[in-house]
Design a protein around this ligand. Structure first.
Ligand SMILES: CC(=O)SCCNC(=O)CCNC(=O)[C@H](O)C(C)(C)COP(=O)(O)OP(=O)(O)OC[C@H]1O[C@@H](n2cnc3c(N)ncnc32)[C@H](O)[C@@H]1OP(=O)(O)O
Ligand SMILES: CC(C)C(=O)C(=O)O
Length: 577
């Protein structure tokens, strides 16, 4: 076993990232009120990080999906990196696959040949962003590039000059077909001295000639997450408040997720002044991934804010994303995972069942008006994402009566009284413990039928007749007791009381009916094929109360079957072998 964590002092190997000196920070008091501008980088950062990068068909599928969800800015690749990347961009443009309101973006290093090739790839697009980057942090300046600060600024500025030159070299009518915009990323911004980030961004803006009508997108990435999200928020607020000519810039963020706080970084960055967020579906991307766009959008939705993208068929989005990336979406991925709207544990199921019933009642009373969503444990309505309630409650050994009752009601139209739910839960728990697995609603129903309906020993109901005379009912029934035929007769003010009297007289018992309820089931619209479900609790001084259930098209017969099932379960009549 590796004992490093026990034997080593981590402060000898790692240092905390310094705090930002921003005593009057305002972001903690701000609130999210609207969606940022989104950019999907699924086809670039999301693709460069895949074990098997997407082929053209998969890229097209991903592009179409992003358009369908509603993304208006999509980074479609790094066209100077390879012929395949270049050809994909050309295909999108030449086959007119890009809607007029969608802007494509292409990434390039700040190198003349790569910039020229990038511009060439974008020719003919209606809207295009040339995205140029170079790394700016001390570690990268020293280790990767061996450049001074001034030389690093020079690389960026030269990159902008190269873009302008490449555009100027295009025939005027060709250049004019496209609305060209610039994005600049000081890569590793999260590890760069703020004064230096400001200097390099201002130099880029100045070289481009940024104005409020021709804004430069300044994309400030947590290329690597190195600090808590409040530090990133401080960095963004610092840039937002210190940058010269701020009104001529769109501040974008590009969070990665090394510390698992990509979502927090993005949200706090918006509070701190960011206008735009770049990320990938389901957090795909280098290492632990880019921030998850799905997570961010549905977080906004859950706060009553229109995210301006559509996740109302999340299962389809998952299916296509998984097909394109060959990466599974985790079962507990925020909002999207298979299990995120599922409750196994008893107290959660109980609360959800009550909450869903109350929500339904409130909806009915609201007469068509939309009402606020208030269901315990479900922060949003799964139906908003195209998820059905079916997945919400599932049963295993951690479950209680609420979940089983919910499934029996939903799938078999059986509305069990509360104390019967407790008895059903006990019976189902035995199976859940035995199997150690999740139980389907069919399995729960089987246990229910076997335990509560088909209990025919020691007593079995066969048939009955009823006669009335001056307010008294006489019930004659044919039964079997331990396999032996008997005809019994009793009187009462109704068939049930007459049957109880007949059974007590014949069996030598003294039980009574403690609780009785009934409802219709399985009736079609014409009222045909209706059956009745009767729930009868058999009470006896010397035995625990026990429920019996009867289901029959005749309500009286259903109630007699329920009584017999109840006495069989209670043990008031001994079984003879
Ligand atoms: C954080 C990110 O995700 S950034 C995007 C990363 N994505 C990719 O790199 C995927 C696509 N890239 C590629 O396929 C290749 O890098 C290519 C084809 C574009 C270029 O390949 P190569 O020419 O072999 O260069 P390579 O990428 O290895 O970079 C090496 C040189 O470029 C320089 N360089 C690297 N990044 C930049 C940059 N952003 N701007 C300017 N120069 C840069 C390096 O300093 C190095 O210079 P040196 O040779 O003088 O030491
Ligand atoms: C190119 C930049 C934006 C990048 O991908 C990063 O810094 O993560």
């Amino acid at each position: 076993m590796n004992t490093t964590f026990k034997t080593m002092d981590p402060s000898k190997k790692y240092r905390p990232y310094p705090q930002i000196d921003l005593p009057n920070r305002r972001w903690p008091n701000n609130v999210l009120t609207k969606a940022p501008i989104w950019l999907s980088t699924d086809l670039r950062d999301g693709n460069q990080s895949l074990i098997d990068p997407m082929d053209i068909d998969k890229k097209l599928k991903m592009f179409d999906l992003l358009v369908q969800i509603g993304y208006k800015e999509i980074e479609i690749g790094f066209p100077s990196a390879s012929q395949i990347e270049f050809d994909f961009v050309r295909k999108l443009i030449e086959e007119k696959r890009i809607p007029d309101d969608v802007t494509i973006q292409a990434l390039t290093q700040a190198r003349t040949d790569l910039i020229n090739r990038t511009v060439e790839s974008l020719v003919g697009a209606k809207n295009a962003i040339v995205h140029v980057y170079n790394a700016t942090s001390p570690l990268f300046r020293e280790v990767v590039y061996n450049k001074t600060k001034a030389e690093t600024v020079e690389i960026a500025v030269k990159g902008i000059q190269d873009i302008k030159a490449a555009l100027a070299a295009l025939p005027a009518d060709v250049c004019a077909q496209t609305q060209w915009r610039l994005e600049y990323s000081p890569e590793t911004f999260s590890m760069t001295e703020l004064e230096f980030s400001k200097e390099i961004c201002e130099a880029v803006m100045s070289e481009w000639g940024a104005t409020p009508d021709n804004k430069v997108i300044l994309n400030l990435p947590t290329t690597i997450e190195v600090a808590t999200p409040n530090v990133f928020a401080d960095q963004i607020e610092w840039m937002h408040t210190h940058l010269a000519n701020r009104e001529s810039a769109i501040i974008s963020v590009h969070p990665h997720n090394d510390r698992g706080t990509g979502t927090a970084c993005s949200e706090l960055a918006i509070l701190a002044g960011a206008d735009r967020v770049e990320g990938c579906l389901f957090g795909n991307g280098e290492r632990t991934g880019n921030v998850c766009l799905v997570n961010l959008a549905i977080n906004l939705w859950s706060q009553g804010i229109d995210p301006e993208v559509d996740y109302s068929n999340i299962n389809e989005v998952i299916r296509i994303a998984e097909e394109c990336t060959q990466l599974p979406v985790g079962a507990r991925h925020p909002w999207a995972g298979e299990l995120v709207f599922t409750a196994f544990s008893g107290s959660h199921q109980d609360a959800i069942k009550k909450g869903l019933t109350r929500q339904k009642d409130r909806e009915a009373a609201a007469d068509g008006d939309t009402i606020m969503w208030e269901v315990p444990y479900l922060p949003i309505d799964p139906a908003d994402l195209g998820r059905s309630y079916e997945a919400v409650i599932r049963v295993n050994a951690q479950s209680g009566k609420g979940g089983m009752a919910y499934l029996l009601e939903r799938d078999y139209d059986l509305t069990l009284p509360r104390l019967l739910q407790v008895e059903v839960a006990r019976a189902v728990q035995v199976l859940a413990d035995d199997t150690g697995r999740e139980l389907s609603s069919e399995q729960i129903h089987e246990v229910f039928v076997e335990e509560f309906i088909e209990r025919k020993t020691p007593v079995e109901y066969i048939d009955h007749t009823i006669s009335h005379h001056t307010g008294v009912e006489t019930l004659r029934a044919q039964i079997k007791v331990n396999g032996e035929d008997r005809v019994i007769e009793g009187r009462g003010n109704g068939p049930l009381s007459a049957f109880v009297q007949a059974l007590n007289a014949s069996l030598g018992t003294k039980f009574s009916v403690g609780h009785y309820s009934e409802h219709d089931i399985h009736s079609d619209q014409a009222g045909e094929n209706a059956q009745a479900a009767c729930y009868v609790q058999v009470a006896h001084a010397d035995f625990s109360p026990a429920y019996g259930v009867g289901i029959h098209e005749n309500i009286v017969t259903a109630s007699l079957i329920a009584v017999v099932s109840g006495i069989n379960r209670s043990g008031v009549v001994a079984i003879e072998s």
